[in-house]
Design a protein around this ligand. Structure first.
Ligand SMILES: NC(=O)C1=CN([C@@H]2O[C@H](COP(=O)(O)OP(=O)(O)OC[C@H]3O[C@@H](n4cnc5c(N)ncnc54)[C@H](OP(=O)(O)O)[C@@H]3O)[C@@H](O)[C@H]2O)C=CC1
Ligand SMILES: O=C1CO[C@H](CO)[C@@H](O)[C@@H]1O
Length: 323
């Protein structure tokens, strides 16, 4: 049994465990087993999204562990996300209720706007989530994300969402949101790994009391999606292995510790039991300032997940980058 994972407090008083379980591509019976196994190992923070099509599996796994008496709902921190085609304020309550129903929970701890870019709405089925215009490009909506945010604020007031946040927002978009919001976002979930360290964004968020959740923390993505790439293969790097050897840790553990030491909350997706165990066993060591500096040298300025399909959207957050 592992010691419980430390938590950090949001500005609103709610606490989030410092490591989460990513679930993109975690599906079916195997997915349910993997999530239950992660709960047994000690994970309490689970990250899913309507778009992942696996909220039902996540909900089943969590509710089975609750029914067994192994955990209570209050032990858990569950995040899900509003998909881009549900940005119109009138769609937000229904989109959220569908997520809640899939999860079979009475509330979610954190509801994120998955991206700042609104997409055309066609329906709630999987095949409706991304539609294309006549020229074959992803079809957009012109909803302002500040209006979407107001509808998300109403969900907090309704009591079924404890905290709200955003994902894939850049500093300018966050600034605009902050200038209009009544409830501040508790987190911005963005790609962060040694190959893409997000220093300016982390600084901006810290200044505004917003946490940064680190997705794709390993900087590589286990999927046949040609729009994703490996940023820096630090897991194979001898210097990372050497840091790990000093602490009796694997390169993956060194990477996660680095992300915590620079102030983020990583949500890695393990692909087997050994990785699931390793990724939570990172709270008995910390990197020295020199080791943190060394890990920072893998920065390559390029994302693993550049979301290229949306690059023609006016709110595409990475316009200024070479993608
Ligand atoms: N908000 C957003 O837009 C996004 C959110 N996310 C969220 O973040 C989560 C994590 O990101 P994801 O893109 O999956 O990428 P990760 O960086 O977590 O990469 C996953 C891969 O890393 C490898 N890995 C995991 N743990 C270890 C370890 N200890 N040692 C060595 N290799 C390891 C595994 O590959 P292998 O099989 O080779 O071992 C695994 O398949 C997602 O599951 C999702 O919940 C992700 C992308 C976008
Ligand atoms: O959350 C997500 C998981 O990764 C996908 C990339 O392959 C992203 O498109 C999506 O935002």
């Amino acid at each position: 049994m592992w010691a419980s994972v430390p938590r950090v407090k949001f500005f609103n008083g709610f606490e989030i465990p410092l490591i989460g379980l990513g679930t993109y591509l975690t599906k079916g019976e195997e997915g349910v087993r993997a999530i239950k196994q992660a709960i047994d190992i000690g994970y309490r923070h689970i990250d899913t999204a309507y778009r992942y099509g696996n909220e039902c599996e996540v909900g089943r796994a969590l509710n089975e562990k609750i029914s067994e008496g192994f955990i209570t709902r209050e032990d858990l921190f569950v995040t899900t996300k509003l998909w881009n085609s549900f940005h119109a304020p009138m769609l937000v309550p229904e989109a959220f209720q569908r997520s809640l129903q899939n999860l079979q929970l009475e509330y979610v701890d954190l509801y994120l706007m998955h991206m700042p870019m609104g997409l055309a709405f066609r329906g709630f089925r999987e095949q409706d989530l991304i539609t294309y215009d006549k020229s074959g490009k992803v079809a957009f909506s012109n909803v302002d994300f500040c209006d979407t945010w107001k509808a998300m604020e109403d969900l907090v007031r309704g009591g079924q969402v404890r905290s709200i946040g955003v994902s894939n927002f850049n500093c300018e978009q966050l600034s605009r949101l902050l200038s209009k919001a009544n409830i501040k976002p508790v987190t911005n979930q963005v790609e962060c790994n040694p190959g893409f360290t997000q220093k300016p964004l982390i600084q901006f968020c810290r200044h505004h009391g917003i946490t940064v959740t680190a997705f794709s923390p390993m900087g590589r993505v286990d999927r046949s999606d040609s729009s994703c790439r490996v940023t820096a293969d630090v897991l194979q790097h001898p210097q990372v292995a050497a840091i790990g050897a000093k602490y009796g840790k694997t390169p993956g553990q060194v990477v996660l510790r680095y992300l915590i030491d620079i102030g983020t909350i990583p949500i890695p997706k393990p692909s087997n039991r050994a990785e699931t165990v390793q990724n939570i066993d990172i709270f008995d060591f910390r990197l020295t300032p020199d080791e943190i500096a060394l890990m920072g040298r893998f920065e390559g300025g390029k994302r693993a997940v550049p979301l290229k399909y949306y690059s023609h959207h006016p709110e595409y957050p990475f316009q200024r980058e070479e993608i």
